[in-house]
Design a protein around this ligand. Sequence first.
Ligand SMILES: [Zn+2]
Length: 225
Amino acid sequence: MKLIIIAVCLGIPFLSLVSESTENKPSVLDRPTYQLSVQKNQNKELINLEKKIPSLVLDIKYATANNFTKQVIYKEAKAFARKPVAEALGFAQKDFLQLGYSIKIYDAYRPYAATVKFFEIVGDTRYVASPKTGSRHNKGCAIDLTLVDSKTKKELSMPTEYDSFRKEAWAEAPVADPEILKNRTTLIRVLSEHGFRVNKTEWWHYDFVGCSGFEVLDIPFEELE
Ligand SMILES: [Zn+2]
């Protein structure tokens, strides 16, 4: 009896250690399981942002080699986000258009396989999301974007280029140039009025706040339509 008690006492932490060490991937939905989840909750649908908000400008950096990995990650230059995120972005775009600006998207929903690839290349979770958790981009709940002039489509000046790892990229980093400060302030203010929260270390990254319960997805763009 004593032996059994000892075994049980030792066994439980042992088993939990085993399950922790093998659990290096979040629960990830593929296309069939995603489709089932959408049948239960229509808010989980990934919406094509270009179709929903035709005035948007797309500049999907990971569909080119012009990104921090220097590799083409996506086969197609497309932007998707979950339904409530897409709707909120549409309202933000209306406000920006009234100011003479338009949203330009660098990245939106990101298949989990891309997050794994980023980690393989960079190997440091200070700069890229850990494959153990995935990122909000994988959940269709985060968007990387900037502003352009709605007529000329020229980018407004911002504190740094996209995906800069410099401290100047922080959302509250001091900015000497008043025009750049105004542009960053406008971007953050309008998006926050529509339920988006800027990332502390990336002025271009916005998480949608109403995203609890949305899973990490691993569906390439070409399988979404
Ligand atoms: Zn981002």
